[in-house]
Design a protein around this ligand. Sequence first.
Ligand SMILES: *Cc1c(COP(=O)(O)O)cnc(C)c1O
Length: 355
Amino acid sequence: MKIHNFSAGPCILPDEVLQEAAEAVQDFNGLGLSLIEISHRSKDFVAVMEEARSLVKEMLHLPERFDVLFLQGGASLGFYTAAMNFLPEGGKAAYIDSGTWSNKAIKEAKLLGDIDVLGSSKETNYNHIPAFKNVDPASAFLHYTSNNTIFGTQFSGTPDVSVPLVADMSSDIFSRTFDANPFHLIYAGAQKNMGPAGTVMYAFDREALGHTGRTIPSYLDLAVHASKDSMFNTPPVFPVYVTMLTLRWMKSMGGVSAIQQRNEAKSSLIYNEIDRNPLFEGHATPESRSHMNATFRLRDDAHAARFDALWTEAGISGLKGHRSVGGYRASMYNALPLESVQVLVDAMQALEQNS
Ligand SMILES: *Cc1c(COP(=O)(O)O)cnc(C)c1O
């Protein structure tokens, strides 16, 4: 039976990417060697890293002054790395608290400077993107989490403020177009929307580096990695390779704007059903709904056993909500086909007809 993978992360990847990755683990480029047993400095792997970095620049239309790196430590180390590289010693930065991951970013940044939290939706269990106060122009940057994976909320666009932006785009990178010009840094763990776990992408304005006045440990210094073309130390070769294949796949699909259209078709399908079907209600308020993660619940838990049986029988996997929200979460990352969302909607309608 075909499995419809709604996992919130690690995410579904395209079948052809998995196939090609499996082959490269056996025999990479006809070398008679596995991708994961050759030198990362071999010409075959250097070409993979270069293609991955240049596909990111191309697909996100990054300005010339931007650099792209694939490092380790996940977005979780990115929280600290962001502040380490862009928050000057003794300086301040502004943050928006829109969920668990923003909260963690704030906690790490507080280790390095004075943090203004301009808005928070914590009191309503993060069911919306909060309104926020004006940014103090003395702030080095405004940090926000573009898509809140756990709560199913998403910024509808890029915040329009007078200071540079830093964003954790882990769960919506490559899902929609945006202008990178106002950013100092965009970072994203690969495993939500572009590859397997094990690497995190940093895309940043190289001209904005080097102004913190602090000594940065080598591995946390983005300038060190940039000067070594993302090969300062042994990179996570397999995650970078699979991410590169996924980037090639996205390009073959027509690039980010074509993928955005597909994503919008998927999210309208599920939200229309959540709004229409009297047995369900959404967690996120309609203006803040995420195109990536739809959070919803049954109005009456008495239907839970029946609904769980219906979607399980339909081959759906990964639909249980995060423990901090409960209910269900349908994660519809780039590689999830519209057909899978239709299967879920059919299960929701079957429940209504049987109740
Ligand atoms: C999953 C997630 C993270 C954490 O990523 P790791 O790579 O596990 O450190 C951070 N931010 C967002 C928005 C996420 O969805």
